[in-house]
Every structure is written in C-alpha cells, then in structure tokens.
Design a protein around this ligand. Structure first.
Ligand code: PEP
Length: 263
C-alpha cells in the first residue's frame, strides 16, 4: 500500500564545524551548484545545521540563494522563554532568529551530554510550543543491534515522546533514524535494513498518530553520494541527515539531487 507523497528533506548537520572562512566557502560553493542546476523546492527540502553562533550569519549568506535553505539548530534549551540561564538558547530565541527547525536527541547529545528521555521531552515540548519543527533522532548502538534489540530500542525512543507531542503537533515532527554504529564510521546500514527499520518506525508512528503515514523519516549514518541513490529508492526513506558529507558542497548537493530525482 503506498502512502501519501512525502517531499524529502536533506539536512546537513555540520556539528562543531567548520571555521568561519570555511563555512563561507561551503555556502558559496553550494549556492553556485544550485544556481547552475537548481533542485526544485517541491522535490526536496534542503536544510543546514551550523553551530548556533553562526545560524544568523549563514542564513544571511543564503539570503540570495536561488532557492530556500532551512536553518536548523543543533540543539535547544530544556528551559523555555528568556531568563537567567547562562549559556542556554531557548526555542523562543531560536524562533525569534528565524530558525525553523531543531535537532533533538542526536546520539552525540544523548551519549556525550547526557540528554535523557526526560530532558529530550522538555526540549521537544518547548520547540513545538514555539512553532519549531523538530528533527527527532533515534537509533540503536552496535551492541543493541548485535543482541537483537535494535527494533525495540528505536520503537521505545519513538514511544518516549508520545506523551509530549500533542495530536495536532505530529506534523511538526520529522524522525531521523541514525544507527549509532553508522555515524561517522563510514559504515552504512544496507538499504534493506534501513528500509525495514523505517517501515517499523512508520508503523509505530501510525499507531500513535494518523499523521504517521505522511511523516518524513530520514536516514542518517555515513550517507554519501555513492549510497544516496539506493537509500532514496527505499519507499520509507524520505531524506537524509548528513554529517561528514555535508561539509563538502558537491557531496551534499549530490545527495540532495539523488533524493529530488528519485522520489
Ligand atoms: C550525523 O551525525 O547526524 C551523521 C549522520 O553523521 P555522518 O553522516 O558523518 O555519519
């Protein structure tokens, strides 16, 4: 059974990279590629996620781009609004700076910075209440995969957020399935394994909300131009969250092109 058409998303997660001059060059090269051969907005949403410090500057640099590029924050505060919270950036402050989306639950946040399900729920609640779109990252470790716990782990991560997302807010959630063992390692889940997990995620989402059938589920984990076409051909893979390859304009452009042309 084929569900509703879903416009893919290709989002570059720049993580704690690059230095300003390199970021400027990256934006210029990406704009030039899009100018030479545009990727229609109706075929693929494109977003980039620079460090918070550079969100506004990168947004300004894309202002004369031949198409729109969404600004995606890499994280947000568990505290809403404004106030005496040194070092924090709230959902409202992101929204006030014209940021549209935010990553929540990236495995690096969960593993290195101790973002627990409770903390992630606070972040998601704040983001949705401020009108941001959330890219919610889920994924199993190698140990969990090898012990047959991958599906359970990922579906639990989906269930974790069910209590904070209001029925009308599910259309502001994008899920990114990122097996931890595939992030930054050069190893990619096979298209068959990735599709199987994406189908399970869609099934889980659909049990929680009728919006599940139309939600974008992105794949992340060493996506590169060489594997993007095969991944894009999978029916439940609706885009990619790209780390390393997004720091190279041509690679990132080719990944977006693969999804725009295949979907
Ligand atoms: C990521 O960190 O979201 C990611 C998918 O990284 P990479 O593409 O480098 O594996």
């Amino acid at each position: 059974m084929s569900g509703p058409a879903i416009t893919p998303w290709v989002v570059g997660n720049w993580k704690m990279n690059p230095m300003r001059a390199d970021a400027k060059q990256l934006v210029q090269e990406l704009k030039q590629l899009l100018l030479n051969q545009n990727i229609e907005e109706s075929k693929c949403h494109i977003g980039v996620s620079p460090v918070a410090l550079e969100l506004q500057s990168i947004q300004a640099q894309f202002s004369d781009c031949s198409r729109s590029i969404s600004m995606v924050a890499q994280d947000l505060s568990r505290v809403a609004g404004t106030g005496a919270y040194t070092g924090e950036i709230s959902a409202e402050l992101l929204k006030d700076s014209a940021v549209e989306c935010v990553l929540v639950g990236h495995s690096e946040r969960r593993e290195v910075f101790g973002d627990t399900p409770a903390v992630l729920n606070e972040k998601i609640k704040n983001a949705l209440n401020a009108g941001l779109t959330v890219i919610y990252c889920v994924g199993e470790s190698l140990e969990q995969r090898e012990s047959g716990q991958a599906e359970h782990t990922v579906l639990q991560q989906i269930c974790d957020i069910a209590s904070v997302v209001q029925p009308e807010q599910w259309n502001k959630i994008i899920v990114a399935y990122e097996p931890i063992w595939a992030i930054g390692t050069g190893k990619t889940a096979s298209p068959e394994d990735a599709q199987a997990m994406h189908a399970k995620i869609r099934e889980g989402l659909s049990q929680i909300s009728p919006a599940g059938q139309g939600m974008a589920i992105l794949y992340g984990g060493s996506v590169k131009p060489e594997n993007a076409v095969e991944l894009a051909a999978c029916p439940d893979i609706n885009g990619a969250l790209v780390g390393g390859a997004s720091l190279n304009a041509e690679s990132f452009y080719k990944i977006a092109q693969a999804f725009a042309n295949t979907k």
